[in-house]
Design a protein around this ligand. Structure first.
Ligand code: FES
Ligand SMILES: [Fe+2]
Length: 454
């Protein structure tokens, strides 16, 4: 569906730093974004450690639609639409488990874990043996990618491959997916996935995690209580005081993140002082990471976002969140918690407790955030409220290409907020890309990096 609206320069006027509230509260625009954003983009669906064995499955979501992430008998990973080809019934109604076949509860069609329709009750009698079962397997995503344990999918066969979709942002995504000691990958999901509903548009949390460095005031109470790993602040990152604080985004891709960059020759200060085992583990990991990654080991991540709705929290705590749209006025949050698979049980348990204190429906920091999004959304829905756009002017024009500091070049469009404290650089990037998706007719227009600028 297309509403005929133009977004770039219209409802999303980044030249003026103004964005209309309509894009958050309007039903028609919401329906259009399901079609134009969520069927074309790469979406995070889960982690390979959730489906370690053949027959394992995890029921996930892409946009509003339920999908099954599973591993077949040959150990291949699949993502299927969770809807029977006969009359649409959800073929899997559990959150996760292991099964040789998915049997539809309505009339009993059954599908193997590779999606093939393998059982049709009364096939010979009722269908007279004539139904072409080979054409009626579960609907599978157009493209699937597994990257360092994470699993991503898109419905669009014309979308670029996942690594091309990431571009140079890949190095920043690695800050969440690589081991604490700098090894490639090696993470696993700790416990279950937390899921809960919040009454606001999905773009509120998406922009917050893109780099709303301005809302620290919201977290004064958790900072004062000291929920951080060492009981001070809400995180335990003394390197923040020594580091350059940067916002980094990729205008052609729509991905963005915050990072901290330590000065050359400055070792990462030890963290996690509460338990000797935990403290020793992280001390060794930091040293090893610096050895393995060299200069790049000076970079640590803070929250970021893979376009459109996957949030990264690379370090403290280490999590993924997906902001699933559930109508313009509601979002279902799913949060995955990651640990290094090879870390000692004490470390996993220590992190589990810290993660739960920080994030999720009961997490103190996340509660602060949700409170803002919920009330901001509700207060933006009224007839009068909708006439007044939000302002995104902070730091406009101060971004730097080819940013370099103390011998390290960082890819992306960079805003140094060490002295400036804050900017809305990364937020504008999210909406720039969102508006492009809404205006474009397909990936020929969206893959702008393939056409050299004239
Ligand atoms: S809806 Fe699944 S068998 Fe009829
Ligand atoms: Fe926050």
């Amino acid at each position: 569906m297309a509403t005929g609206r133009r977004y770039r320069g219209g409802l999303v006027d980044l030249g003026a730093g103004l964005i209309s509230r309509e894009i958050f509260v309007n039903e028609e625009i919401y329906a259009e974004e399901l079609e134009r954003v969520f069927t074309r983009a790469w979406l995070f669906v889960g982690h390979e450690s959730q489906i370690a064995k053949p027959g394992d499955y995890f029921v996930s979501c892409m946009g509003e639609e339920s999908v099954i992430l599973c591993r077949d008998r040959e150990e291949r990973v699949h993502v299927f639409l969770n809807s029977c080809r006969h009359r649409g019934m959800k073929v899997c109604r559990y959150d996760e488990g292991n099964t040789p076949v998915f049997t539809c509860p309505y009339h009993g069609w059954s599908y193997a874990a590779d999606g093939k329709l393998v059982g049709v009750p009364y096939f010979r009698e009722a269908y007279h043996g004539k139904l072409d079962r080979s054409q009626l397997g579960l609907v599978e995503v157009a493209q699937l990618a597994t990257y360092k344990g994470s699993v991503w999918a898109t419905w669009d066969p014309n979308a670029p491959g996942f690594l091309e979709y990431l571009g140079e942002f890949r190095r920043y995504l690695d800050l969440t997916l690589d081991g604490w000691d700098g090894r490639d990958g090696g993470t696993e999901v700790l416990g279950g996935v937390q899921k809960w509903l919040i009454p606001c548009n999905w773009k509120f949390p998406a922009e917050n995690f893109s780099g709303d460095s301005y809302h620290n005031i919201s977290h004064r109470s958790v900072d004062m209580v000291g929920i951080g790993p060492s009981g001070s602040g809400r995180r335990d990152m003394r390197e923040r005081l020594l580091a350059r604080r940067l916002q980094i985004c990729f205008p052609e891709r729509g991905h963005q993140t915050g990072v901290y960059v330590l000065p050359k020759d400055q070792p990462t200060p030890p963290a996690y002082q509460q338990s000797p085992v935990v403290s020793e583990f992280f001390k060794q990991c930091e040293a090893e990471r610096r050895r393995r990654r060299g200069e790049w080991g000076r970079v640590t991540g803070s929250p970021g976002e893979v376009f459109p709705n996957t949030a990264l929290h690379p370090r403290q705590p280490r999590t993924f969140a997906v902001w699933h749209p559930r109508g313009p006025h509601q979002t279902e949050v799913w949060r995955w918690y990651l640990v290094d698979s090879e870390s000692p049980p004490e470390v996993k348990d220590f992190l589990r407790q810290y993660y739960i204190r920080y994030s999720g429906p009961a997490g103190l920091t996340e509660q602060d955030d949700m409170e803002n999004w919920n009330y901001a959304h509700a207060a933006s829905r009224g007839t009068i409220a909708r006439r007044y756009p939000y302002t995104y002017e902070q730091g406009m024009g101060f971004e730097v290409e080819n940013y370099e500091w103390d011998g390290l070049r960082l890819p992306g469009s960079v805003m140094d907020i060490t002295e400036a404290k804050s900017s809305e650089h990364n937020l504008r990037n999210l909406y720039r890309r969102w508006a492009e998706f809404m205006d474009a007719e397909g990936w020929d227009e969206l893959a702008t990096w393939r056409t050299p600028a004239s």
